[in-house]
Design a protein around this ligand. Sequence first.
Ligand code: AQP
Length: 330
Amino acid sequence: MSRVFSMIQPSGRLGIGHYLGAIRHWEVLQAQEHDCLFAIANLHAITVPQATAELKQHSLDLVAFYLACGIDPEQTTIFMQSDVKHHAELAWILSCITSLGELNRMTQFKDKSQNTKRERIGAGLLFYPALMAADILLYQTNLVPVGSDQKQHIEMTRDLAIRFNQTFGETFVVPEPYIADTGSRIMALGDPMKKMSKSDQDSNNYIALEDSGRLIQKKIMRAVTDSLNSFCYNPEQQKGLANLIDLYAACSHEDVESIVARYSGGGYGQFKKDLAQMVSGRVEEIYANYERYRRDTAYLKEVLAQGAINANGIADQTLAVVHERVGLLL
Ligand code: AQP
């Protein structure tokens, strides 16, 4: 049985990208009876400014969405990152064996800091990958199911685990990324050059799991394609269409070739209509479950309390070994 760990930031409204890139794989791994831990990454969320009340709301929303997507607290540990203090402590220890050069090379850091003056960029944003490495290594994780944007961070986590083990003695399991072939990078509907993100200022760029069927239909019908009017999968020249085909493939579990074979020869309109219907069907199903769970705040807090007990139990053991290895104990 492998240990599986992943998390999502409560930094906005959850979108179809998070579901297809991450959560639906969590459910599959849970069904395969792996030992799964899925967290709410609230310490990561504050690497960029968050409004206090919204952060609290989004954190509970996310728990309800995990449950709505089929993550079962009877089988899986669901917890709030800040409820396990060891994340911050291990992040500090790992940051001491991380170079500034490595941190500066991270593309997520470059993307998120590019429009901010250097003196105003929070150090937490730069140290994000050290915290992420701590999150994963604390639980002796074997597999990390994520979207492809997180690949570089997982590689750095592996490097840090290997470096720590070589310096201080065998301590951490070196984790493997689990990145699916389809749906691991859903792009913005209005700008297929950038990833679909929950913090996008333009809500037409993403499909939120809270969007109504009508709104989803409107967004997909307006999604950027091209004027070639040739239905084929060509991510180089027809990025917008390729993104919608990826979305279709991930939602339907169908391969790209058979989707292209079905729609080739026709325009994009019917394809977009069918895609909208499929996406809205899945989103509405999740949202109906979500509403049911979200009404019961006491239950959500109970799930988190139990999750914190389980997670702290594992984290205690790892951190005790880390202290011993580094020499933080007398
Ligand atoms: N567009 C996407 N396609 C596929 N997978 C995605 N993920 C995020 N966006 C897509 C995956 O979802 C998991 C959780 O992501 P996160 O919220 O912790 O961080 P993020 O990747 O930075 O997501 P956002 O929406 O872009 O957040 P903001 O806007 O707050 O920065 C990860 O596994 C991620 O790969």
